[in-house]
Design a protein around this ligand. Structure first.
Ligand code: DIG
Ligand code: MN
Ligand code: MN
Length: 389
């Protein structure tokens, strides 16, 4: 395989333990791969060239582990990190698997569950800090409803806000160098999950006591499930200075959460995502929250992981080609040509500008007859993606 697209640590490619460790079970079938230990998964990630490994607390420490078992697991995991050089950039809490969270964690109607979720998250944050994480993700997989009869929507938002404010205070109290990234998903496993899109999360963050500590972790599959343009969601997060982390994968629109190999469904969308991240010098993790097909053995899982990273790097090279393609760039210059005559009216409002603009005559007919050349521009883009430019 060509070394031209070989991942290195500077690319900051990371995978969750739950991704390459996914044993292939689904709602209609048993696991098809034996469960690997966290140590074995760290070595697998090192073998394929990953930089980082992420984890939910219970991906590493079983929920019923004794304190001595916990310490042994952590020691062995740290040894594997030292041996391989793999780092832990992000951690998160499993607030969705255990039956106790069947009606949510922070938004459960049971105050004991809400309190237990805070306790579990504080302990998981401590673990993440111990392993070197600087980012903490919250995916509220069960924070929602199967019927709106069960929860009052505004009260649920208030409960979620209270939990995040409490945990921001905990970070400050412990003097941890840690930021929070909120991950949206519209549904599954609940019929409706609160704060279903990245845009909803961005609005919610501004209602928190410490909005500067909180950003978003958009996932391709989750915005696609909602029928949305993922590039636009990420652009809004970048524009707001809130793209703290990102979950890369792929997903057909209108399907269950497929968490497919990056770029394996919609290569055009993946191209413009890589362009957005690279053109804007995104410096965060490129985390692949995805898993291999159920048909695969562990050699196939390694193919999956290598494919995620290779596709990102191949698209990164395509972005460079697009940015330096003379025909594409000259077409863009034509499209965006500006004689400057409207500068006197546009930009920041001034009453004299507005008054003058109100007297300006426009040839609406000829403006409406302009051809923008997007068919040619898109065809050139597609031909570049198809490898003939
Ligand atoms: C699912 O998309 C979620 C969980 O796997 C995890 O909490 C989060 C971290 O990337 N993504
Ligand atoms: Mn997903
Ligand atoms: Mn995710």
């Amino acid at each position: 395989m060509s070394h031209k697209f070989k991942p290195t640590s500077k690319h900051k490619f990371s995978f969750g333990l739950w991704t390459v460790g996914n044993p292939g079970g689904d709602p209609f079938g048993q696991p098809v791969r034996k469960k690997l230990t966290p140590v074995e998964l760290v070595h697998l990630l090192a073998e394929v060239g990953a930089w980082g490994v992420n984890l939910h607390d219970n991906d590493l420490i079983p929920i019923n582990a004794t304190s001595s078992e916990r310490q042994q697991i952590i020691d062995e995991f740290k040894n594997a990190l030292d041996e391989t050089g793999i780092v832990v950039p992000m951690a998160t809490t499993n607030l969705f698997s255990d039956p106790v969270f069947k009606d949510g964690a922070f938004t459960s109607n049971d105050s004991k569950v809400r309190a237990y979720a805070l306790q579990k998250t504080m302990n998981a944050i401590d673990l993440g800090i111990e392993l070197g994480a600087s980012m903490y993700v919250f995916w509220g997989g069960r924070e929602g409803v199967d019927t709106d009869a069960s929860k009052e929507s505004i009260q649920s938002l208030k409960r979620f806000r209270e939990a995040l404010n409490y945990l921001c205070e905990y970070i400050k109290d412990q003097d941890y160098d840690l930021k929070f990234a909120l991950e949206a998903k519209p549904n599954e496993p609940r019929a409706d999950i609160f704060l279903p899109t990245t845009g909803a999360m961005l609005g919610f963050i501004e209602t928190l006591d410490y909005p500067e500590m909180v950003g978003v972790n958009p996932e391709v599959a989750h915005e696609h499930m909602a029928g949305l343009n993922f590039v636009h969601a990420v652009a809004q997060a970048l524009d707001a200075g809130k793209l703290f982390h990102i979950d890369l994968n792929d997903q057909a629109f209108g399907r269950y959460d497929q968490d497919l190999r990056f770029g394996s469904v919609n290569i055009k969308s993946a191209f413009f995502l890589v362009k957005l991240l690279e053109d804007n010098n995104y410096d965060g993790c490129r985390h692949f929250d995805a898993h291999a097909y159920r048909t695969e053995d562990y050699e196939g899982v390694k193919d999956f992981a290598r494919g995620c990273m290779r596709t990102y790097l191949i698209l990164k090279e395509k972005v460079d080609r697009w940015n330096n393609d003379s025909e594409i760039q000259s077409l863009l210059s034509e499209i965006n040509a500006d004689d400057g005559t409207m500068d006197q009216y546009l930009g920041k409002y001034e009453s004299n500008k507005a008054a003058a603009l109100k007297t300006q005559n426009f040839d609406r007919k000829s403006l409406g007859e302009r051809g923008y050349g997007y068919e040619r521009l898109d065809q050139l883009t597609m031909e570049l993606l198809m490898g003939i430019r």
